[in-house]
Design a protein around this ligand. Structure first.
Ligand code: AMP
Ligand code: MG
Length: 491
């Protein structure tokens, strides 16, 4: 591979070749003060075949801070609408993000360079087109944390800061992040043309998405149904992965649902600390519409919105059949993921009860979700073993002992060996997740212009399953101040 400079990146802007009804051409608005690089993610630079040394050039912060363009970029804001908290909003669109262009790497992969916080667009409505540093840091770190966990997600290329003031509840500073995905098309991109009754545009969009991103379906006689069925399948898998790792998105509006089934738009998300199925991470979500345990249902709700937009293109019964497969899909993926978290190789009758009983115990004792699963890998299965450390998580350790007895028996059924099982479990039960208090620590330092913590977390979270020397404190449950941090949409 020949490493590229910014100027020699290969662009192939397929979205910009669509008719202009799908977007508005608009350039980023430069900050008034010079943008500066806060963090560059080497792993994402590699995906672009970009020479790692490029990050050190002032032009890098210039381009990804919105004040420079390089040849081949054709900046545009994508148009979409969506259901926000269950209510249809006829027009949204990239109000503070700009698709700079699509880089094609030497493996033939295409990566959208999506610059968030880049200034006003025709779709900014009442907003200022900016992102504040704190929210840019949260998105930057979580993209890579999720990727490290093996969960499909937009990737994060870099984080750029500025001294420009941005007004929220307080005065803050502006920042940009560059997100990457093969596409930023959302469920809402389909919705806008359906509700505007522009079905010819809808067909162009569907054909484009299938052609670019589902090419194996291109020549099928039922391609729109097949496409929808695959979105159902991908979404089901994604949601099951969120549930298994204990993560809530916080704003699962249809405009934040990726047509590729990747996690998109990180705002007031949260990894659970104590296990709490009703966990609401978004402070503005008063009714808990997007509570942790609602996510599987919300996935279905959102997919049904997408199905509706395809009615002009595909038979209703077949779309309905694909939709009907969703819940079983989520359940199957979730069962498999949780089976692996329990260290079980085979599937047996009674496993679901075993899991359910454990979860009930965990709720009752408000057990730390991540720490407990990781430690369960240390479970000793011989009859005399007390498993003291695990017992200590529970208010009523005797009840845990009863469960442990059942678990022990279950392990014996498949002749599970402790050490081998621990190694397997360590590959699926992360040691490190991006807890709110860890992000908050990095944010508070960054607000004092100390950015080292961001890179430290980035490196840590890119390898969440490996024990990392001297990083043990990052696996700890939150201190009191970090337990109930308030995170909302206003970012
Ligand atoms: P989000 O909650 O971030 O998914 O955003 C929902 C909609 O509001 C999208 O159309 C965004 O582009 C838009 N939006 C959010 N924040 C801003 C902002 N500061 N300026 C302009 N538009 C915004
Ligand atoms: Mg959004």
């Amino acid at each position: 591979m020949t490493p590229h400079t910014l100027e020699t990146l290969t662009f192939d802007n397929s979205y910009a070749r669509l008719p202009e009804v799908f977007y508005a051409k608009v350039n980023p608005t430069p900050f008034a003060t010079a943008p500066f690089l806060i963090s560059a993610n080497q792993a994402a630079m590699e995906l672009l075949d970009l020479d790692p040394r490029e990050a050190a050039r002032p032009e890098f912060a210039g381009v990804f801070g919105g004040s420079l363009l390089v040849p081949g970029m054709e900046p545009l804001a994508m148009l979409y609408s969506g259901h926000q908290f269950g209510v249809y909003v006829p027009q949204l669109g990239d109000g503070r993000a700009i698709l700079l262009g699509e880089v094609k790497n030497e493996r033939g992969e295409r990566w959208d360079l999506h610059l968030k916080g880049a200034g006003l667009t025709p779709f900014s409505r009442d907003g200022d087109g900016r992102s504040v540093l704190r929210s840019a840091i949260r998105e930057y770190l979580c993209c890579e944390a999720m990727h490290g966990l093996g969960i499909p997600t937009t990737r994060a290329l870099c984080l750029v800061g500025s001294d420009d003031k941005v007004y929220r509840e307080q005065v803050e500073t502006g920042a940009t992040i560059v997100r990457m995905a093969p596409s930023h098309v959302r469920f809402g991109t389909f919705e806008i043309f359906y509700y505007r009754k522009q079905h010819e545009h809808l067909a162009v969009l569907a054909d484009y998405v299938i052609d670019q991103h589902f090419p194996h379906l291109r020549d099928g006689s039922e391609k729109y149904v097949d496409f929808f069925a695959e979105v159902v399948e991908r979404t089901a898998r994604l949601v099951a992965q969120w549930q298994a790792v204990g993560w809530a998105h916080g704003v699962l509006n249809t405009d934040n649902m990726s047509i590729l089934g990747v996690t998109l738009d990180y705002g007031p998300y949260g990894f659970m600390d104590d296990y709490d199925p009703g966990f609401i991470c978004n402070h503005s979500d008063h009714n808990g519409r997007y509570a942790f345990n609602q996510q599987p249902y919300i996935g279905l709700w959102n997919l049904s919105c997408l199905a509706q937009t395809l009615l002009p293109l595909a038979p209703k019964e077949e779309l309905k059949a694909a939709l009907d497969s969703y819940q079983a899909n989520v359940d199957r993926h979730y069962r498999e993921l949780m089976q692996a978290k329990l260290g079980l190789v085979e599937q047996q009758a009674g496993d679901e009860e075993l899991l359910q009983d454990l979860k009930s115990l965990m709720v009752g004792s408000r057990v730390d979700y991540t720490i407990f699963w990781r430690e369960l890998g240390t479970f000793l299965s011989d009859a005399g073993a007390k498993n003291e450390r695990l017992r200590e998580h529970f208010l009523n350790p005797e009840r845990f002992d009863v469960w442990a007895g059942q678990y022990r028996e279950r392990l014996q059924v498949e002749q599970s060996r402790d050490e081998e099982r621990r190694q397997r479990m360590d590959r699926v039960n992360p040691k490190y997740v991006l807890r709110n208090y860890l992000a908050q620590g990095a944010i508070e330092k960054a607000q004092q212009k100390d950015y080292a913590e961001i890179d430290r977390l980035l490196t840590l979270l890119q390898n969440p399953f490996s024990e990392q020397a001297s990083m043990d404190s990052y696996a700890a449950a939150p201190p009191n101040w970090g337990k109930h941090l308030s995170v909302s949409c206003s970012s």
